[in-house]
Ligand binder design. Structure first.
Ligand code: FES
Length: 89
């Protein structure tokens, strides 16, 4: 008898500030950040922590360096295998 095909969602593993995070394919980098213990993307001019707010490319609070490219919006960027994300905070 054959086993039924797996319905498990494929996963990808990326690194956020050096920490490995494994998420389902299609997850945004901002959502992956929310799965960590530090949902902070940057600091404002006073040093206060800021995090993704709108989730749809309007507030620009989710800017990060992704694979060496600065100022990328995490909420509009899907996670990829071996992706390197560095936040400013
Ligand atoms: S969360 Fe607002 S632009 Fe990304």
């Amino acid at each position: 008898m054959r086993e039924p095909a797996s319905k498990a969602t494929p996963l990808v593993t990326l690194r956020i500030n050096g920490r490995a995070v494994t998420v389902p394919v299609g997850t945004s980098v901002a959502a992956a950040l929310a799965m960590t213990d530090r949902f902070v993307s940057r600091a404002d001019l006073s040093g206060r922590p800021r995090g993704p707010l709108c989730g749809m490319g309007v507030c620009f609070e989710c800017r990060a360096t992704i694979d060496g490219v600065p100022e990328v919006l995490m909420c509009l960027t899907p996670c990829r295998e071996d992706q390197e994300v560095v936040t400013d905070a």
